[in-house]
Design a protein around this ligand. Structure first.
Ligand code: FAD
Length: 313
């Protein structure tokens, strides 16, 4: 596809990088480059860009912190948008006068939000301790775990549809569920969260406790995209089964393809060694999925988002 760069990008309040190393910007730190990476300065610039992409049939993908993402070695066509301008990282506490209400741009960093809320003595965000990424990525994935999910505290979402329409969505009506929701495709611009006041020391203790438990059970220092697969549902009981346990019982801990390895610490993490390629990771994901399907009759569904040239995300 030939993209007319000036008709797509001209006159907008954006920073543009051509042939940008987006794979290297993910937590895996591997994979190919994006033809065009755009960092908008304003909501109006994103809205106009989305409309132009739609009119010119140019694929558009949103990059958060890249903590749940694998970029194919062949790279990415179309446009990758990263909401890393200060405008999208803004945080306003006590929004509308309510102490616990926080109005937060989608590009805000989760680690920073955990630290900020802790310092302010606000409880409700501790469940995100140890989860890397941005607020927008967390909402898209409904990130969380044993201590809760982001949707537990989410109240509204300012959402830009791929038709260019901005709507303020009531999070309670968006069907949030385990690592998913009915949120339509598009760009999450901003969210409001409802937190409660608490003793900052008590909040800090809980954050520390959650972080330590994660560090003990997950390979947090290695390069990965977190859990590779969603926990499947037991067809008989309807309960969630641990994907990590299924992979472990299939004897796959330590299994390696090239520089991709099933973590010895947590079997649902596929970690990468220096020199690994995205193809190594993809081949190992397929091998794990096929082996578990053969042995247990359960087909695991990847939680990791995979971007490839020609694909739509
Ligand atoms: C060490 C480690 C531990 C982890 N632990 C956990 C865990 O305990 N629980 C958990 O749930 N996850 C975990 N993860 C995965 C990851 O941290 C979360 O999924 C996180 O929410 C991803 O956010 P991100 O901004 O990095 O999204 P990205 O990886 O950049 O993107 C993920 C998806 O969200 C979309 N997206 C991003 N921003 C926006 C936006 N503004 N609007 C619309 N779509 C958007 C992307 O297009 C993509 O489809 C872990 C990852 C690592 C590396």
């Amino acid at each position: 596809m030939t993209i007319s760069r000036s008709s797509l990008l001209g006159g907008l309040a954006i920073d543009v990088t051509f042939d940008a190393p987006v794979g290297a910007m993910t937590w895996y730190g591997i994979g190919g480059r994006a033809d065009i990476l755009v960092s908008p300065h304003t909501d109006a610039a994103v809205i106009e860009l989305v409309s132009r992409c739609r009119a010119q049939d140019v694929p558009l993908r949103i990059l958060g912190g890249g903590a749940n993402l694998l970029v194919d070695d062949s790279g990415i066509d179309g446009i990758v948008v990263k909401l890393d301008n200060e405008h999208f990282r803004r945080v306003r506490y006590s929004a509308g006068g309510a102490i616990g209400a926080a109005q937060i741009g989608a590009g805000a960093d989760l680690f920073r939000l955990v630290q900020d809320t802790k310092r302010r003595g606000l409880t409700g965000f501790e469940m995100m301790a140890g989860i890397p990424g941005t607020l927008g990525g967390a909402v898209r994935m409904n990130a969380g775990g044993a201590w809760g999910e982001i949707s537990d505290r989410l109240r509204t979402i300012t959402h830009l549809s791929l038709d260019g329409e901005v709507r303020h969505l009531d999070a309670a009506a968006m069907g949030f569920r385990y690592r998913g929701s009915d949120l339509p495709p598009g760009v999450i611009l901003e969210c409001t969260l409802e937190l409660d006041e608490d003793d900052p020391i008590a909040v800090a203790e809980r954050v520390k406790d959650i972080f330590q438990q994660k560090r003990a059970s997950q390979p947090m220092a290695d390069q990965s995209a977190g859990c590779t697969f969603r926990n499947p549902t037991d067809p008989e009981t309807g309960d969630r089964i641990s994907a990590g346990e299924l992979i472990d019982k299939a004897g796959l801990k330590g299994c390696r393809i090239g520089g991709a390895i099933v973590s010895d610490q947590h079997a649902n993490f596929i970690v990468s060694e220096p020199g690994a390629s995205a193809t190594d990771i993809r081949r190992l994901i397929n091998h794990v999925r096929d082996t578990v399907a053969d042995r247990r009759g359960i087909t695991l569904d990847p939680e990791v988002v995979i971007w490839s040239r020609g694909g739509r995300a």
